[in-house]
Design a protein around this ligand. Structure first.
Ligand SMILES: Cc1cc2nc3c(=O)[nH]c(=O)nc-3n(C[C@H](O)[C@H](O)[C@H](O)COP(=O)(O)O)c2cc1C
Length: 330
């Protein structure tokens, strides 16, 4: 085996493959299985801000129906509110602690958040539970017409969390920013250790017979990796933090492309659901063979090779390609 070691968020990974946040990483068995199949690190299934708030609201509603509990006492409700939050957090923290005992690969805790409200203090507890790093999935929906300060919210959340924890923080971002390149650069300069590019949104379709929305594709395909590839190649030489590639990465070939584009680590999810966790070993074997064939001994020897060509002046490069290819088509 070639030397596949990678430094991501300042953590030593035995290889650049990370099992991304999903149901498969939401249990101890799942996390252990990812390590056994060769993953370099695991991002635990996110704790969701909405999930916590919904449960708080439901219990509050039940409590209000019970005059013994409610009887207009706001202190009681405060207690219930706090207690529920503690419960949900306790399960999540326990999983971090158990995972840290059971595996030796880095454990990255994940929070899916939409505001900088009172969840940010949870992050310190995750650090205390032993998480090696934190991934914030800042899931602001570009279809939210009420949210006037979409981009600024990212910076506010990051600022608050960075003040709370000392462990490295990565932010999983959407590609729906105004002036995406400049936004990625600015986010990389906030003090975060990494950016995960990109979140995958609900992918709608329409059933034209029933004239209804069709079931969305739960899992990605390799076709979806090109936007990630493009932006990793454009940004990897311009940012001051690591970039992890995510979305549509299914095969060894896809992984090699992302590394050539300049990704430091690669997150896999859909391929693990579709092909099972054995896929991690297959991908690592393919990567190892390709490195042998190309005469590379370490990942660093080829990481970013393409971004230096393509990313130097992407606008000019793309304009030239556009002119070259489309003007030839009659
Ligand atoms: C079943 C399922 C559950 C997921 N749960 C989470 C989650 O809890 N937190 C998160 O940040 N992303 C979650 N994701 C998104 C993935 O981490 C990933 O960003 C997305 O699937 C794109 O990567 P892929 O093309 O490799 O699947 C989930 C995806 C799937 C399919």
């Amino acid at each position: 085996m070639k030397d596949l070691t990678t430094s991501y968020l300042g953590l030593e990974l035995k290889n650049p493959i990370i099992a991304g946040s999903c149901g498969l990483t939401g249990t101890l068995e799942g996390i252990v299985s990812m390590e056994q199949h060769g993953a370099g690190a695991v991002v635990i299934k996110s704790i969701f801000e909405e999930e916590i708030l919904l449960e708080v609201k439901e219990r509050m509603r039940d409590a209000k129906k019970n005059p013994m509990i409610y009887s207009g006492l706001s202190e009681t409700l405060d207690y219930i509110d706090l207690h529920i939050r503690e419960d949900r957090l306790a399960d999540f923290l326990q999983l971090i602690q158990d995972a840290k005992k059971a595996v030796s690969i880095p454990i990255i805790a994940s929070i899916n958040c939409i505001s900088d409200e009172d969840w940010t203090h949870f992050t310190r507890r995750m650090e205390e539970a032993g998480a090696d790093a934190l991934e914030l999935n800042i899931f602001l929906n570009p279809a939210d017409f009420k949210n006037q300060e979409f981009d600024r919210a990212y910076f506010r959340i990051i600022e608050k969390v960075l003040k709370t924890v000392k462990i490295p923080v990565a932010v999983k971002i959407s590609k729906y920013f105004t002036r995406l390149g400049l936004s990625i650069k600015a986010l990389s300069e906030t003090g975060v250790s990494g950016l995960v590019m990109f979140n995958r949104f609900y992918s709608p379709d329409i059933d034209i017979e029933k004239m209804e929305l069709a079931a969305p594709q739960m899992f990605s395909s390799s076709d979806e990796m090109h936007e990630t590839l493009r932006w990793i190649a454009i940004m990897s030489e311009r940012v001051t933090c690591n970039l992890a590639a995510s979305t549509g990465i299914h095969t060894g070939e896809d992984v090699i492309k992302m590394l050539l584009a300049g990704a430091t680590a690669i997150q896999l999810v859909s391929t693990l659901y579709k092909n099972g966790p054995d896929m991690i070993k297959k991908i690592l074997t393919e990567l190892d063979k390709w490195m042998s064939d190309q005469g590379f001994n370490t990942v660093e020897q080829f990481r970013g090779k393409i971004s230096r060509k393509y990313g130097a002046d992407p606008a000019a490069f793309e304009r030239m390609q556009f002119m070259k290819h489309f003007s030839e088509i009659r």
